[in-house]
Design a protein around this ligand. Structure first.
Ligand SMILES: NC(=O)c1ccc[n+]([C@@H]2O[C@H](COP(=O)([O-])OP(=O)(O)OC[C@H]3O[C@@H](n4cnc5c(N)ncnc54)[C@H](OP(=O)(O)O)[C@@H]3O)[C@@H](O)[C@H]2O)c1
Length: 334
């Protein structure tokens, strides 16, 4: 079997760590392996029982890879991914740098894997928040056409990286030691322990956050439908891992609850709980889980053609590392 030389840029980060574990556990045919970090401090990662020193990436070092995973920053992806892809290395980018570029496919394999083509070697993976909705409602959209989508998101701190996870743990430790949550220190706009806040990223002139705009733009691109009206409020919650979404969706074609249940029950990559008392939570369904979970489907009381659904997915797996590995698994079969 052919083996592929692999580079991971951001190997020492949250998503990087999960990516390495998944390449190993899913037996991806890795030949040589190269690990990159910021180079700001010495670091090493373990992969298949061996330690690899991390180094700052350079174009010539990255060119040794057949497939490069970018799980670091927008700036780093911007600096290397386009040139590297032009030189023939597949680049799978988890940053938001190229997600909305018309020439770059934005891919969730079970939803729009057909977008992967050997001629387009730079591929983007979507934002971790919309992944749950994109997977869960993909088949419903195809069959009944979703016209409007409203979301309230409940986003885990790991969505903001390794340091953000450390921030929640630190605030909790301080609370139990001193009896008070410390003031925000810049990592988040507000304290996160025993708190939540409706801000993920900065705000635009209309008052929408970066995250809310990403959800709208990226979901339209993945479903290939610019007509859908999407509005969301993105909220950071003191959960370590696993993003949750409360979703309201309107459909164009008449459909019963029964037909929706049937569609959700056979949607690829989704486990749908049909009984009202059965629903997913981030602690039970968002920790190293490979699929998206949904429950609490019901008619909304606001309009005859509107329904509600609760969705949970692992932001670090399906929202990032797993999706990227699944893209790589498809690529090597092209
Ligand atoms: N966390 C999620 O749920 C999630 C979901 C979807 C997409 N993403 C995207 O995935 C990427 C990584 O996120 P993360 O949560 O894993 O962040 P993280 O935990 O903060 O890790 C960032 C990684 O990038 C490396 N890095 C930083 N600056 C670099 C530079 N100039 N050159 C090379 N490497 C550099 C860091 O190396 P050092 O250790 O040396 O600092 C670290 O390995 C981001 O683009 C993020 O938007 C994250």
């Amino acid at each position: 079997m052919r083996k592929y030389n692999i580079a991971v840029v951001g190997a020492s980060g949250m998503v990087g760590g999960e990516l390495l574990g998944l390449l190993e556990s899913r037996h991806f045919p890795v030949g040589d392996f190269y690990a990159f970090n910021s180079g700001r401090r010495p670091d090493a990662v373990s992969f298949r029982g061996k330690k690899y020193a991390c180094a700052a990436p350079t174009l010539s070092a990255l060119k040794k890879a057949d497939i490069a995973f970018f799980v670091s920053t927008d700036e780093v992806s911007g600096r290397f991914a386009k040139r590297l892809a032009a030189a023939g290395t597949w680049c799978i980018d988890d940053s938001s740098r190229f997600r909305l570029s018309p020439s770059v496919p934005l891919v969730i394999p079970e939803v729009n894997g057909g977008e992967l083509k050997p001629s387009r070697k730079l591929v983007a993976g979507p934002n971790c928040t919309l992944t749950g909705a994109a997977v869960a409602l993909a088949a419903v959209h195809r069959k009944f056409r979703v016209t409007e989508l409203r979301l309230a998101t409940y986003q885990a701190v790991s969505g903001a990286g390794k340091a953000a996870m450390g921030q929640l743990e630190e605030e909790l430790r301080t609370y139990f030691k001193k009896g008070a949550v410390p003031a925000a220190n810049g990592r988040f706009p507000r304290p996160i322990a025993f708190n939540l806040f409706p801000q993920v990223g900065g705000f635009d002139a209309e008052g929408n956050s970066v995250e809310e705009n990403k959800v709208e733009g990226e979901l339209k691109k993945i479903w290939g439908d610019k007509r859908i009206k999407i509005s969301s409020t993105a909220v950071r919650v003191p959960v370590l891992r696993g993003h949750s979404l409360a979703v309201w969706f309107k459909v164009a074609r008449p459909c019963s609850l029964g037909s929706l249940k049937k569609e959700l029950g056979r949607t690829p990559g989704l486990k749908f709980y049909a009984k009202p008392g059965n629903y997913p939570t981030p602690l039970e369904n968002g920790q190293r889980t490979e699929i998206v979970y949904a429950g609490r489907l019901r008619r909304a009381k606001t309009a005859a053609n509107e329904f509600q659904l609760w969705i949970v997915s692992d932001n670090l797996y399906k929202g990032a590392a797993l999706n990227s590995v699944q893209i790589a698994e498809r690529i090597i079969k092209l």
